[in-house]
Design a protein around this ligand. Structure first.
Ligand code: ARG
Length: 591
């Protein structure tokens, strides 16, 4: 029972009853309420209503105003412009609302759960075995993790799936090479305990390059490698055991990167492409028997009227190749069956690069034709754009190679540590290192999350660790500053709400924004749009700054006012902390 009705909802309800009291045809109309600069809220819905009722909008608005009950929540309502309603909230209602949020001991700040939560399977953070992680994998992981937090916060049952690339013909080459060079994956550091992710990856990388070189230059090796693919697919135990070594080695590396990203990835949620091997033949059979897929030049294909290549010929989705092999599509179609029928999902969400949009369009349409997706079970690709370098071109090293994710994270941490060190007043070296990591990783995550996912963005570390502007560093400093004020309060002076006080404009603006947290989170979760939460938090920090500039806290006029302002500080801090956590970003107490 800790959930709090937002001011927006209270006003909405009051307007709804005023509307139905006005005219029968107005009952049920949406007042279209939103926050406004003119007043606290503005309702624009009367315009459409007047049009429908062929009434004069300003007259109709005046009739509605006459039915609005002012007092506890609504202080004042007036008609403005062509027939808008400008609504002002009482100071008391603002403070009482925040006090109820503050009192919520579940840490949810009074935010209600979604009315009808469902089950979402989210496919994110899906790197490829025996390969380096690059910036594209960063986006999937960071966006996916935030969407998981947001959905879980609304009460959704979230099942995570890391669809790692752990199957395919390239394993023939790798396994064959390892078989012929059995010590290539041995660990130098293994005797003294743990293997570092770095070492695991450098072994894999070396082996991959050597195997590829041999494969491209030695016809006999190529033949042996191809035979290995057959053995692997046939489930030959020795071949499978070697394949498993690649997977295990890669996981050591993946986990080290996810840990650096300060992100919890759980082993049982890693269900790679190989996890659907047993379903592939059946998936093809079902598609062929139902006529969704047809044989064409030996391959099993699905055709689409509207998907054509540059030559005007239809481009099919190939579910099974003419040599009998299964590819990426067969795996994804099988994963859909698993997620719908076994995991009982009603939403399938894929956090994957926009460049795979055509693949998912075809896969989803195929699944729809097969009846696996329908009105009750939907699939969505949360497609993200490309990470660009400062020059606006896809992010590459000077040598033109893809940038290793770890290098990039290390550099962000280094830059952030320099910023923390420069500002630090009483932090030890150890604390600087810890904060530097939290600030650096936060900066990278925030830069990714603060623009809408489908857009490309420039990876610009200078901008990301800047103290001014829309960065996580700015938000983290705002939080730390609030915490420091709260620490500075003299003994016995505690945050406490005083609804009887009249509020300064800056206090009102801050309070109304804190109240809007609930709606923002609900919207960001519903639309899979963490950037809306990021924008909200940035505004929260800005409103706090202007409150702090205009309203003395510890030196306020009366003890009640000091307590009430400390309370405003505390509830703002709690909201910032919560919101940042939903983005996967830490808020250190001191910076
Ligand atoms: N491993 C793929 C890549 O690195 C992403 C997998 C996306 N998920 C899926 N179900 N296809 O591009």
């Amino acid at each position: 029972m800790a959930s709090v009705t937002s001011l927006n909802d209270s006003v909405q309800q009051q307007l709804a009853s005023a509307l139905s009291a006005t005219r029968p045809e107005a009952a049920g109309a949406d007042p279209l309420l939103r926050r406004s600069d003119r007043a606290d809220f503005q309702a624009n819905g009367i315009l459409a209503l007047a049009k429908k009722a062929k009434a004069n909008p300003r007259e109709l608005a005046a009739e509605v105003v006459a039915h609005v009950v002012t007092g506890d929540v609504i202080k004042d309502v007036e008609v403005s412009g062509p027939g808008f309603l400008n609504i002002t909230i009482t100071d008391r209602a603002i403070i009482e609302n925040l006090a109820a949020r503050y009192a919520d001991d579940t840490g949810r700040l009074g935010v209600p759960f979604a009315e009808r939560p469902g089950t979402t399977v989210i496919d994110y953070a899906q790197p490829n075995v025996a390969k380096e992680m690059h910036v594209g994998h960063l986006r999937s992981a960071v966006i996916g993790d935030s969407v998981v937090q947001l959905l879980e916060f609304t009460g959704e049952n979230v099942i995570r799936r890391h669809h790692i690339g752990d199957w395919g013909t390239q394993f023939g080459m790798l396994i064959q090479y390892l078989d012929e060079h059995p010590h290539e994956l041995d660990h130098k550091s293994a005797e003294d305990g743990a293997v570092s992710g770095e070492e695991a990856m450098s072994n894999l990388d070396r082996l991959y390059k050597a195997a590829r070189k041999l494969f491209d230059s030695d016809e006999e090796f190529k033949t042996r490698a191809r035979r290995r693919v057959v053995d692997l697919q046939a489930g030959d135990p020795a071949t499978l055991a070697m394949w498993q070594r690649f997977v295990d080695e890669s996981k050591i590396y993946f986990f080290s990167v996810f840990e650096k990203l300060d992100m919890e990835i759980r082993d049982p949620d890693i269900v790679g492409e190989s996890g659907y091997n047993d379903m592939l033949a059946e998936t093809c059979r079902l598609l062929e028997e139902s006529g969704v897929a047809v044989r064409s030049e030996g391959a099993l294909c699905v055709f689409f009227d509207d998907i054509k290549g540059p030559d005007g010929k239809p481009v099919p989705l190939i579910v099974q190749k003419s040599d009998g092999g299964f590819g990426y599509a067969a795996t994804d179609l099988s994963a859909i069956r698993d997620r719908v029928f076994h995991l009982k999902a009603d939403t399938l969400l894929y956090v994957v690069d926009a460049r795979q949009a055509l693949h998912f369009r075809m896969v989803f349409e195929t699944a729809r034709r097969a009846g696996w997706l329908n009105d009750d079970v939907k699939a969505v690709q949360l497609a993200f754009g490309t990470v660009l370098g400062k020059d606006g071109k896809p992010f590459k090293t000077r040598a033109g190679e893809t940038v290793r994710l770890v290098d990039l994270l290390d550099e962000a941490i280094e830059r952030a540590s320099a910023v923390v060190r420069e500002k630090a007043q009483d932090l030890s070296e150890e604390e600087i290192a810890e904060r530097g990591t939290q600030v650096g990783i936060g900066a990278v995550k925030y830069a990714d999350l603060s623009t809408s996912a489908n857009r490309d963005y420039k990876f610009d570390l200078d901008q990301m660790v800047s103290l001014n502007g829309d960065t996580s560093v700015y938000l983290q400093y705002a939080y730390a500053r609030i915490r420091s004020i709260l620490r500075k309060a003299p003994e016995g002076v505690c945050p406490a709400a005083h609804p009887e006080l009249s509020l300064h404009e800056a206090e009102r603006a801050l309070g109304l924004h804190v109240d809007a947290f609930a709606e923002t989170v609900a919207e960001a979760a519903r639309e899979y749009a963490p950037h809306k939460l990021a924008a909200y938090l940035y505004q929260l920090a800005s409103l706090y700054t202007s409150f702090y500039d205009k309203c003395p806290v510890l030196k306020a006029e009366s003890p009640e006012q000091v307590a009430n302002r400390l309370f405003l500080c505390d509830v703002t801090a709690a909201t910032l902390h919560r919101g940042m956590a939903l983005l996967g970003i830490r808020t250190p107490e001191r910076l």
